[in-house]
Design a binder for this molecule. Sequence first.
Ligand SMILES: *Cc1c(COP(=O)(O)O)cnc(C)c1O
Length: 434
Amino acid sequence: MKYYSLNDTQENKTYTSFEDAVVKGIAPDRGLYFPESITPLDEAFINSIENYSNEEIAFEVIQQFVGDEIPISVLKEIINDTLCFDFPTVKVEENVYALELFHGPTMAFKDVGARFMARCLGYFNRDKKDEKVTVLVATSGDTGGAVASGFLGVKGVEVVILYPSGKVSDIQEKQLTTLGQNITALEVDGVFDDCQEMVKTAFLDSNLTEENLTSANSINVARWLPQMFYFFFAYKQLKAQNKELVFSVPSGNFGNICAGMMAYKLGLPVKHFVASTNINDTVPQYMSTQKYSPKPSKQTISNAMDVGNPSNFIRIQNLFNNNFEALNKLFSSYSYTDEETKKTMESIYKTSGYIADPHGAVGYLGLKKYQENNKDTVGVFLETAHPVKFLDVVEGTLEVSVAIPEQIKAVIDKKKESHFIKTYDDLKDFLKSR
Ligand SMILES: *Cc1c(COP(=O)(O)O)cnc(C)c1O
């Protein structure tokens, strides 16, 4: 499959390979890579999806985007390795299901993208002897842990993670600062947007060319595209209900929901997508005013969504040829405060006993809003993180105690190791000093 940069507006576009898009992360003109074409899957496959394993589904879904750049047998192995856990849809109430994406090693949905990307990069590096690639990634919370775990011990790859000091949860911080080996954490005096800006600047800094930098944020196609799997897995489980399907996705950088809309373009029958956000409401504002005005991010209790300028929204617009009306038909976006989020966590728990994390609760809210006028649908909100990852908020709001899963126990008592940095120059010095 060929990819082009969304900043390339020429009639005759410059195309590059899947490998190059994965290794570079972002295009030289700072644009996001986008596949040249999207070919819908065979209807017969989608209509009989319940007869396929998750691994088989994933292969069908991703194959065209990889093309012949990874041999089929290797791609199948990568998929098997990536999908080593479950993706259950759990009934919360009539016509409302939580799609639990948090059963992986770091208990956040980003595990799938991180594991898939790490293994692709491992394959592309298979013959490189001394040359190292450095994965540089900014995290607002969960990306760091998932990338650290996904890339731990991958040959020829160094990982450098930037996170905003004091703005990720204790467990999240442990997950990205305690692994050692090829993983280094940089603690940034700033907010997530500062981290993201530093990473973007580093990619374009000609003084850092020798460092072979690549990104593992959701802008990387190998992290973004495997997220399509979730939507097919949910469909497989809920198809027998014979109702139109609605997804509500708690959204920050909008990679996950964009992958859902790619799944739609592949032929997945979905009635509507809801992007639910916290008060970082750049996209909900855009959907009501048609003006896109990015803002600095504000801190909330659903901190993995504290993004003021969501990178992937441009991909969503591109999927609809930048036609607002076409987008508006299939897509809505609503924003919620921390207060509303906490109230909802309480009410979900009271009525069903289900413990939602703050991100899932935001997703639930957006789903319920859409369902007010679309009652006869089966709705799915994505539960993007295990409640234990936001322990203070969950336990403080619900007055329950959450059992600590094994994956988390394993990091909680380990010692944090990080380097404190303030400016882009600090980052540059660190990268060059290795
Ligand atoms: C990253 C993350 C999100 C936001 O996903 P995007 O793809 O950036 O929109 C939501 N919830 C959790 C728990 C996350 O870690």
